[in-house]
Design a protein around this ligand. Structure first.
Ligand code: ADP
Ligand code: MG
Length: 615
């Protein structure tokens, strides 16, 4: 029930649409009931059993109470009065035509109102799905990086695409039934009650029994649906991995292996889906069968009433009753099908909610301080960090005065990238803190903090867009001149202008149309344009060949001039000139000093250095 309420929550912005939908549905149902009950006088005239009504009754509650009649009976009486007049004055055939025209008019009203109700439902259906997509996308951008290191990317994608799709196709598309069918059933039931209270009491007993049987079956559906969606997540993960690693898959002749792996997953998914669909398909025949049983029981009971000694029911009333009743079977059936669909969709609601409710661990304090520039120093104070339970950084203490270049070196896995990631608060320190100009970064507005930093990573992160837009990514309203100037500083101008489209050239997915060095120079140009006081360079030249490294290194030197930089470098030759070199070893700062001091110490740095010189 809580989940249903969660879904209803999505409808709140559309409450006026919901209201209109319900009102029009109600009108439509009322007119459809009218058009059906007109069958009774039609039959009466046909069988010539139409009672001659010679007097009108006043249509007032007062009269109804004093004569202990229902309002319905007064209306029926008066209608029959006019009909008797018509039969007497114009003949039976004319009266039949009159009823026929009435049926056409009421049907027109019925279908017209139905369309109006669906018209408003459309905005609701599509709007709810749109809101859901926006919510998930926004949330996925807001979630901290740590969230993604614990989840499969494909699974998240499947929640965003396939689960949203299922919510749309199962729950949202059932809204029509969920809103309309109960109205239909209630109105028809009221109609039936007026037509024959006797029979209807009987129906009241039969319907809940069949509803119970159908409901029982829907329960297991949700569990299987959840399993199916988890498997869909696995499949998308595989697909994502495959597309990203196609080169290696081909190089290692692993096509068959990876196809096999996919096949296994795919078959498992199909099996679960078979199970789900079979159960779902059961809904229709089961409710149809139960419906038939109910109808037969009613025919038997109603027949007994008609044929009985006291003749409580006229045959044409009974036929009219059956026709109206037969109209309940359809909404009852479609309601139970809709209910099944919702059960299936709820599993997807769960999965989507897991993202929507995920904790944005790196939240800003409500009274976070704005900072506009960097004036003094960055300090890591007693900083420890762990991704899971293993500590990755242990008690790091380091002060970087403004304008200096600090290098972090050490073996792979020592914790260099982690240290650099903590500064822009991509991750939150487990213990200790980082201060910027003496203010803990936790107390600073995250946007302001990140505004102070430019980051160039080993794998340049570019988007499938033009060169211009990739460079201008972090800066609003950058002019062509500014972008061109940044490209020039980053040694990128030459290759950009060699291309006939220049800055408007598209660089492909993640920049695949460019070489590694070119990509790196674009990401440097991006940092140049942003012009941040603090620079973080994480192995910016490590994956480049010697020639591009020279170009990139030159670009970086220009970028680092008069800035505060944290440089992570694999190749020690690039950090020789740093003001301070920190050697990280297993998450701790093992040595600190400049190049000459550390070489003289003949410790870890000396060892790393001689290994590289030797290589
Ligand atoms: P470096 O940059 O010095 O090569 P990292 O800072 O990337 O090292 O990694 C330090 C340690 O943290 C490694 O042992 C690595 O396995 C672990 N690590 C890195 N990223 C994650 C992550 N997202 N989740 C869990 N562990 C991680
Ligand atoms: Mg690293």
């Amino acid at each position: 029930m809580k989940k249903i309420r969660a879904i209803l929550g999505y409808l709140i912005p559309y409450r006026s649409r919901v209201a209109l939908n319900i009102v029009f549905n109600l009108l439509s149902v009322i007119f459809s009931l009218f058009s059906l009950t007109l069958l009774i006088p039609f039959l009466s005239i046909l069988f010539n059993t139409q009672a001659r009504i010679t007097a009108l009754m006043p249509l007032s509650l007062e009269y109804a109470r004093t004569h202990s009649l229902g309002v319905w009976e007064i209306v029926k009486n008066n209608f029959n009065y006019y009909l008797s007049q018509l039969v007497d004055n114009q003949g039976s055939a004319y009266a039949l035509v009159f009823i026929g025209v009435l049926v056409i008019i009421t049907s027109l009203l019925k279908t017209g109102f139905k369309y109006l109700s669906l018209y408003h439902l459309t905005a609701l259906r599509n709007g709810v799905v749109k809101d859901l997509r926006t919510k998930i996308y926004n949330k996925s951008v807001d979630l901290p990086l740590s969230y993604y290191s614990n989840e499969r990317k494909g699974d998240i994608m499947s929640r965003m695409t396939s689960d949203v799709q299922i919510i749309e196709s199962s729950i949202v598309s059932s809204l029509e039934m969920l809103f309309a069918d109960p109205i239909t059933i209630v109105v028809y039931m009221a109609g039936l009650l007026m037509m024959s209270p006797h029979l209807t009491l009987f129906v009241f007993i039969l319907l809940p029994v069949s509803a119970l049987i159908i409901g029982q079956l829907g329960k297991t559906l949700r569990k299987s649906a959840l399993k199916g969606q988890q498997m869909m997540g696995m499949i998308l993960s595989l697909l994502e991995e495959t597309l990203g690693g196609l080169k290696i898959i081909k190089a290692f002749n692993s096509e068959d292996r990876i196809k096999h792996r996919f096949d296994e997953q795919n078959i498992r998914y199909t099996r679960v889906m078979n199970k789900i669909m079979r159960r779902q398909y059961l809904a229709t025949p089961l409710s149809e069968f139960l419906g038939t049983v109910v109808v037969i029981i009613i025919m038997w009971y109603g027949g007994a009433l008609v044929l009985g000694q006291k003749s409580v029911l006229r045959p044409e009333d009974f036929i009219g009753y059956l026709v109206v009743f037969s109209q309940i079977i359809h909404p009852a059936k479609s309601f139970s099908t809709a209910w099944y669909n919702v059960q299936k969709g709820l599993a997807s609601v769960d999965r989507v909610n897991q993202i929507l409710k995920a904790n944005v661990a790196i939240a800003e304090l409500p009274d976070a301080r704005p900072i506009s520039n960097f004036t003094d120093s960055i300090e890591f104070r007693n900083l420890s960090f762990s991704y899971t339970h293993e500590p990755v950084l242990k008690n790091i203490n380091l002060k970087i005065p403004k304008g200096q270049t600090v290098a972090l070196v050490g073996q792979s896995g020592a914790g260099k990238t982690t240290t650099a990631d903590l500064l822009p608060r991509f991750f939150e320190a487990t213990e200790g803190e980082i201060l910027i100009d003496g203010i803990p970064i936790r107390q600073v507005r995250i946007k302001d903090l990140r505004n102070l930093m430019g980051i160039v990573t080993q794998e340049p992160i570019l988007f499938n867009d033009t060169i211009f837009n990739n460079i201008a990514f972090g800066v609003e309203n950058a002019t062509y001149e500014e972008v061109r100037k940044s490209a020039e500083v980053a040694n990128a101008l030459e290759f950009i202008e060699a291309n006939k489209d220049g800055f408007q050239a598209n660089i492909g997915d993640r920049g695949t149309k460019l070489s590694g060095g070119q990509r790196q120079r674009l990401s440097i140009a991006r940092a140049v344009l942003k012009n941040p006081p603090i620079l973080i360079l994480d192995e910016a030249t490590s994956s480049l060949d010697v020639e591009s490294e020279r170009l990139v290194q030159d670009a970086l030197s220009k970028l680092m001039k008069s800035r505060t930089s944290i440089v992570i470098a694999h190749r020690l030759s690039t950090v020789v000139n740093a003001d301070l070199i920190c050697v990280l070893h297993m998450g701790e700062i093992a040595e600190k000093g400049n190049h000459t001091e550390l070489m003289a110490k003949k410790g870890l740095y000396y060892k790393l250095h001689s290994m590289q010189v030797f290589a």
